[in-house]
Design a protein around this ligand. Structure first.
Ligand code: CA
Length: 389
């Protein structure tokens, strides 16, 4: 009886002690788990990981390695991200051909061979016809206008929709400003002079050029000089004085034509593999996003600052003949552009959707720029030119 009553008295106490011990052990285990967790789902675990984990990206480009202007964009972007993240996200930037050739940048990023890429959307028009709108279209918007459309007019959302099936998130990654019409070895006095001409001209402009009787060829920047020198092509466009001088195109062509009807303000692109982007914690995703935005503006600023000095060097030191395309040639190319655009929107529903957005924004901004930017530039030229006389 004594033993039985003792058991009755102590059993609840033993159970209490066992429960207390279990709670203590579980508590210690939980603290230990939180402190050393890698990839834990708890908020605290993610926070700790987000502030310490290192990421390294491969960034492939469509440009020759160490190329200024368009090539400086991705180098600057990698530096911006490195500085802003305190080295938590670093990137190695590869020139065209180092991992993949220029025209395989999109596939490399889509398939995760590289985490990111830098090039131009219109290079992929064979795969995505609507991509031409995200670089530049003949007689379309200039740099300031296209930046407005992309970031405040719905353009970037459409760009992301177009690239989503390919596992890629696009960002605007620089702008050349209005380009030069290109390099020719004979004068262009009428539409007849375009007939039979073999020219490197990408994007929708290539189709316009072909519809006007020329032959458009797709060649990457690295091969332009040799192609023009050996007569593979008769003419080429690239970007503008600063970047064209760097390619040495003045050594293989005599006439330098303007205005850049075909690329009035070309946006470069930064493309990021979806899984690579989503693997980043939110603060690094934000850093990638805003570093791209900084690169986008920075490239335009650099071209704006350097183009004129490069043009003076081309004309004054290298004897380049500067020529304006005659109005009737521009009119012929514009008519051809209208036909090519109509065909594009009829054949591709996504191109039709993007064109509707682009056109609506373009009509509005053109109307306002008529009485702002354009009216001011006209007035400025009139005053300053008359003063110079
Ligand atoms: Ca170009």
């Amino acid at each position: 009886m004594g033993t039985a009553s003792l058991e009755k008295r102590y059993t609840p106490m033993i159970i209490l002690l066992l429960v207390a011990a279990l709670v203590t052990v579980l508590g210690m285990w939980a603290v230990d788990r939180t402190g050393t967790s890698r990839g834990g789902a708890s908020a605290k675990g993610t926070e700790i990981e987000g502030s310490s984990e290192q990421f390294h990206w491969k960034l492939v480009t469509a440009w020759p390695k160490n190329f200024p202007g368009v090539g400086a964009g991705p180098e600057n972007f990698a530096r911006f991200v490195h500085e802003m993240s305190g080295g938590r996200l670093t990137m190695r930037v590869y020139g065209a051909g180092e991992i993949v050739p220029a025209f395989e940048v999109f596939d490399a990023v889509s398939q995760g061979v590289a985490d990111a890429g830098h090039g131009a959307a219109y290079y992929w028009k064979g795969k995505i016809p609507s991509s031409v709108f995200f670089t530049s279209i003949p007689f379309g918007m200039n740099a300031q206008e296209i930046n407005g459309w992309l970031h405040y007019g719905g353009g970037l959302e459409l760009w992301r929709e177009a690239y989503a099936p390919f596992n890629i998130i696009p960002f605007a990654g620089g702008n050349s400003g209005t380009q030069m019409a290109g390099w020719f070895n004979r004068e262009i006095n009428s539409m007849e002079d375009i007939k039979g001409l073999k020219m490197r001209v990408p994007g929708l402009a290539g189709e316009v050029f072909a519809a006007a009787g020329g032959t458009a060829v797709r060649i990457s920047g690295s091969e332009l000089y040799t192609s023009l020198q050996t007569g593979v092509i008769d003419a080429t466009e690239w970007a503008g004085p600063y970047n064209d001088l760097a390619l040495g195109l003045h050594q293989v062509a005599k006439y330098y034509y303007f205005p850049g009807w075909h690329e009035p303000g070309s946006t470069m692109e930064l493309i990021v593999n979806k899984q690579s982007f989503e693997a980043l914690p939110p603060d690094l995703q934000a850093i990638v996003t805003y570093a791209a935005r900084a690169m986008n503006q920075d490239m335009l600023d650099e071209f704006t600052a350097r183009n004129n000095a490069a043009l003076r060097q081309l004309v004054d030191e290298h004897g380049v003949q500067l020529r304006r395309l005659p109005d009737d040639v521009l009119l012929g190319l514009w008519r051809s552009s209208e036909n090519v655009m109509q065909k594009l929107v009829e054949e591709d529903p996504m191109a039709a959707k993007v064109y509707a957005s682009y056109k609506s924004f373009y009509d509005g901004v053109r109307s306002y720029h008529h009485i702002s930017e354009q009216a001011y530039i006209n007035a400025r030229d009139k005053m300053l030119d008359s003063q110079a006389e």
